[in-house]
Write a protein that binds this ligand. Structure first.
Ligand code: AMP
Ligand code: FE
Ligand code: FE
Ligand code: ZN
Length: 271
């Protein structure tokens, strides 16, 4: 039996590890099937595909998409789509551009509030990948305004906080058709993190999402069982992953979630 982690971030979005580090650390935990699901960016897949093959790791094309569904920010994971699909490439490039503009808008807002952080530093931290609030948060930590990324979100960057700026998002229906059109499948990321999730998740399945991420550090045993049963009852798949961002969040999670390959047949059979 092989084990998988299907939810991982690198420095091509808001993680701190390189794709190679992700593969190496994952392998050291006995993980042999890997999906790097950066926000709005496939760069890690292209970069590490040859290395993964060399190391005997099965690499699955993946992406995490921020979607708007009934005014809730829902994250949708997409897997095993054609990584060279031109529509996906164009859409992701557009999202990365608007992410950078929005990142700069957040910096401007914070500067008017008296936080002297620099757009150039946030650009550097984003490293040309998908810029996000965690990069601004790290700049705030470096400048000494907050003690941690979590505190930056609590005080300034979280929804409705003084430095919050909306981000362009997919409609769920568009995400579904885009990924299906490229031969892939979708799954509701970290289902317990949404308000009123017991009502929301079934609606997402109605909307064409193919599965639910039942194994995740923020999904407790009771909810894992609830959503495994829901998926089974609705003929949907289940997925799982550690959502590791390296050292951005207070604890690293890579290695804490080991998804048996028997769970993810619908993804593996697409490779
Ligand atoms: P963005 O895509 O720019 O809206 O930023 C969202 C990202 O910020 C998520 O993918 C998480 O990685 C991170 N994040 C969200 N909320 C928090 C929080 N309270 N503390 C630390 N990181 C967070
Ligand atoms: Fe993230
Ligand atoms: Fe997420
Ligand atoms: Zn994630």
């Amino acid at each position: 039996m092989r084990y998988a982690d299907l939810h991982l971030h690198t420095y091509h979005s808001d993680g701190t590890r390189s794709p190679k580090e992700v593969i190496d650390v994952a392998q050291s935990h006995g993980l042999e099937i890997i999906a790097i699901s950066d926000h709005d960016n496939l760069a890690a897949y292209y970069e590490i595909h040859p290395y993964a093959r060399e190391r005997g790791v099965t690499l699955i094309s993946a992406i995490e998409l921020s979607c708007l569904f009934e005014s809730v920010d829902v994250h949708i994971l997409a897997y095993a789509f054609d990584p060279h699909d031109e529509r996906i490439d164009a859409r992701l490039r557009g999202f990365r551009e608007t992410r950078a503009q929005r990142g700069h808008a957040i910096v401007e807002r914070l500067r008017t509030l008296g936080y002297d952080i620099k757009a150039e530093r946030v650009d550097q931290l984003a490293g040309g990948g998908a810029m996000g609030r965690p990069h601004v948060a790290r700049a705030l930590v470096e400048a000494g305004y907050v003690a941690s990324v979590a505190e930056a979100f609590d005080k300034l960057l979280g929804t409705g906080k003084p430095g919050y700026v909306e981000k362009e998002r997919f409609r769920v229906s568009e995400a579904v058709s885009l990924i299906r059109g490229a031969g892939g499948v979708t799954s509701v990321a970290h289902p317990t993190l949404y308000p009123d999730h017991e009502r929301l998740v079934p609606k997402l399945l109605d909307g064409g999402i193919d599965g639910i991420e039942v194994m995740h550090p923020d999904v407790d045993a009771l909810n894992r069982e609830r959503y495994t049963n829901l998926a089974r009852f609705r003929g949907k798949m289940t997925t799982g992953g550690s959502d590791d961002h390296g050292s951005v969040k207070t604890s690293e999670t890579l290695g804490t979630i080991k998804v048996p390959e028997s769970m993810i047949g619908p993804i593996l059979e697409r490779l």
